[in-house]
Design a protein around this ligand. Structure first.
Ligand code: NDP
Length: 446
């Protein structure tokens, strides 16, 4: 990066956020992509849009005390980072995982600005979470934590202010407890969270949306480059919400998914991973992926999650967590003939891994475009709640499909317009940025 303005903004970000490597990584990637835009648009420099967009509107950090099943008071830390509301109310998930700290929530909130912009729906960017670990907790413990989390958060959110959703560790159960507590505290029924259960305002196809959307985006990218899912071998990391429905859709599109993982290890099934069995294990029984081999002869379990990238495949869909593919894993993928990496998780590839993809001319679908189907469908859930309507599964799925096609087209055309055809990462960053930047400029210095 050579542009003096962008370099000075990046220096400021590094100085202000010294112990937040994930946030600095996310900002660096976006600013590098913006160089040709900034060269062409002195008006955006004049309005100092880039320095404004890298600083959150506000960061809320709070105590979350809750009582465990032994009657002991436990304390976690809660976060909500409202990053940018230039194009709509804040929107973004809540992550519950022991690794959560301010730098993780900030990188996710920053990415969310551009992702939400790409969906074409009016949603600003935010993210929240806590270092609470729902794994191994009873339903009652999870409920008491969620209620305490909302006891503070409720005063900062609202259907036209900020609408949180799920993410790692926050699924339908957690959203249900949070929604119930919000309603209790405010006495108001409103679509304040998305990813709600179907009987109380949730949207059909929201559960499937991120995984399906990932496959719809990837399918567009493959077709634009003369390929398709048909007959291809796919590896998917993770076995949570995104991974599960990516498995279902990739299989429906004619691919064979041969491996999936969790944070302990990975399973290889040369016959193709069995969607119904993985769903039962993960969604109903809340068990580990290793249990899969007991009922699937011919499949094998291996300890250690990064080994999944040594399994030969045509297409890799990382759907677990940030920085899960490093340079070494990317090199093994390329050496084994993988020609496409498309990201279900947020920022799953390190910058060095992305260099390997480009050096090997692999197709690369960046997270903020490829996994935007989840938040897009959350936007559709907000529409249904406001209109007091519920659409059929097919209606929502077909809108999602259309949105993902448009997102690919926007990334493709921005990449071409700025002289980087085929670089969908740059295309996503530029297309996502421009809309928010125009809105910020139009709204003046606020
Ligand atoms: P889930 O909690 O449902 O599943 C997460 C999966 O990733 C689990 O299999 C989990 O294994 C694994 N995982 C989590 N942390 C790690 C880690 N540190 N190392 C290795 N594996 C890990 O989350 P989601 O499926 O909802 O989210 C997955 C990714 O997709 C995240 O990056 C999230 O931000 C992103 N995303 C999610 C959206 C959604 O709609 N849910 C929307 C857009 C992006 P284990 O059970 O062992 O922890």
């Amino acid at each position: 990066m050579k542009n003096a303005y962008l370099l000075s903004v990046l220096e400021t970000v590094k100085k202000r956020n010294p112990a937040e490597p994930e946030f600095i990584q996310a900002v660096t990637e976006v600013l590098e992509s913006l160089e040709p835009v900034i060269e062409k648009r002195p008006d955006l420099v004049e309005a100092n849009v880039v320095e404004r967009i890298v600083e959150p509107d506000r960061q809320i950090i709070f105590r979350v005390p809750w009582v465990d099943d032994q009657g002991k008071i436990q304390v976690n830390r809660g976060y909500r980072i409202q990053f940018n509301d230039a194009i709509g109310p804040y929107k973004g998930g809540i992550r519950l995982h022991p690794s959560v700290y301010v730098g993780i929530i900030k990188f996710l909130g920053f990415e969310q600005i551009f992702k939400n912009s790409l969906t074409t729906l009016p949603m600003g960017g935010a993210k929240g979470g806590s270092d609470f670990d729902p794994k191994g907790k009873s339903d009652n413990e999870v409920m008491r934590f969620c209620q305490s989390f909302i006891n503070e958060l409720y005063r900062h959110i609202g259907k036209d202010i900020d609408v949180p959703a799920g993410d790692i560790g926050t699924g339908a159960r957690e959203i249900g407890y949070m929604f119930g507590q919000y309603k209790k505290l405010t006495g108001e029924w409103s679509g304040i969270l998305t990813g709600k259960g179907i009987p109380y305002g949730g949207s059909l196809a929201r559960t499937e949306a991120t995984g399906y959307g990932l496959c719809y985006f990837t399918d567009e990218m493959l077709h634009a480059n003369g390929k398709s899912f048909e007959g291809q071998t796919v590896v998917i990391s993770g076995s949570g919400n995104v991974a599960l429905y990516a498995l279902q859709k990739a299989t429906q599109l004619g691919a064979k998914v041969v491996a999936m993982s969790d944070s302990n290890g990975y399973v290889v099934d040369p016959n193709g991973m069995d969607f119904a069995a993985v769903r039962e294990l993960k969604e109903v029984e809340r068990k580990r992926i290793k249990e899969y081999v007991a009922t699937h002869p011919g499949s094998e379990y291996h300890e250690g999650c990064s080994g999944i990238w040594t399994i030969p495949c045509d297409i890799a869909l990382p759907c677990a967590t940030q920085n899960e593919i490093d340079k070494a894993s990317a090199e093994i993928l390329a050496k084994n003939g993988c020609y496409c990496v498309s990201e279900g998780a947020n920022m799953p590839s390190t910058p060095e891994a992305i260099e390997v993809y480009f050096a090997n001319k692999m197709l690369y679908g960046p997270a903020k475009a490829a996994n935007a189907g989840g938040v897009a469908t959350s936007g559709l859930e907000m529409c249904q709640n406001s209109a007091r309507l519920s659409w059929t599964f097919e209606e929502v799925d077909s809108k999602l499909h259309g949105i993902m096609k448009n997102i690919f087209a926007a990334c493709d055309s921005a990449a071409k317009e700025y002289g980087m055809p085929g670089n969908y990462m740059a295309g996503a960053n530029i297309a996502g940025f421009l809309k928010v930047a125009e809105a910020m400029k139009a709204q003046g210095c606020v």
